[in-house]
Design a protein around this ligand. Sequence first.
Ligand code: GDP
Ligand code: MN
Length: 346
Amino acid sequence: GNGDSKTTPLKEKEPESTATDTKTTTVKAAFVSLVRNQDLQEIVETVRNLEDRFNSKFHYPYVFLNNEPFTPEFKSAISNVISSTVDFGLIPPAHWSYPEWIDQEKAATVRQTADYIYGDSESYRHMCRYESGFFWRHELLDKFDWYWRVEPSTKLHCNVDYDVFQWMQDNNKMYGFTVSIKEFESTIKTLWSTTKEFLDANPKFIAKDNMMDFISNDKGKTYNLCHFWSNFEVANLNFWRSEAYQEYFDYLDKKGGFFYERWGDAPVHSIAASLFLSSDQVHYFPDIGYFHNPYNNCPLDQSIWQKGKCSCEPMWDFTFQTYSCTNEYYDFKKLKKPDGWKKFRN
Ligand code: GDP
Ligand code: MN
């Protein structure tokens, strides 16, 4: 690495290549962040915290993506706080615009009447479609197998002292999450019926040991709205690049629900991971203390909390609250719950 312990003041920034050149790991991984120029202050805070809690030990590179060019101020402020290399990418217009089969007037009418969060937003819909179907096709990610999604205003509460990407690879995981939650039904009215049409036509994609019983309480008849919160993801890009996922995304995209409803990338990713992966390829991180407004993943386990020097209060933890789905995830996977989980249930 390029030595955070250097004491010489006013030392010039080292050439950007040194950090990754000396890496011994074979894991091809990067942080990926879709952001706007106006998110600069929030993302710099987040990245600096990520460096302090994790990346100052591992020096994984960053990729920033935007539908508009990043400003020189944005690039220099990011470069100033990281211990690794960074690429800034522009999203091709074809990945952030309406497919020709979408009726844009119908989409506009939906936005005028939708009564759910971000219901009136056109850019939010492009964002959700991009995170579902396109970020993993960006050429800056071609050389990577793994990514860790980073959003502005998020925070790591605890030190992460092991190489999370290496751990995922060594343990045959494909998708890792910190928070799960139930979706607003009004945003995805036809997502499940569309998914079932796809599954009926493509049963070969359904994994044998899948997590259908985590996302459905009636063997697949209905969706229980549980999903992994996608603002944090550590996952394998090759899953999104798989035939199963690409065909699933294309099927959803043709139906238009990203624009005629407000399908989120979180339920889309989660349904795919739950059905096309075997359940042991999905991992919950009890040890990665995490915050995205308004919820926290804060370790209830005393020894994890102490070892990680966590700055969160376990009583703020969302994991076992009613609106989370992680309690059901523990049940589904028959995992041992930490002491104290019951006080979050009423
Ligand atoms: P929420 O977490 O669902 O409330 O949505 P956010 O506002 O946090 O957006 C999700 C992610 O997409 C964040 O990383 C945002 O910075 C990013 N994002 C949202 N809209 C846009 C956009 O129009 N352009 C770009 N470049 N990024 C966006
Ligand atoms: Mn967010």
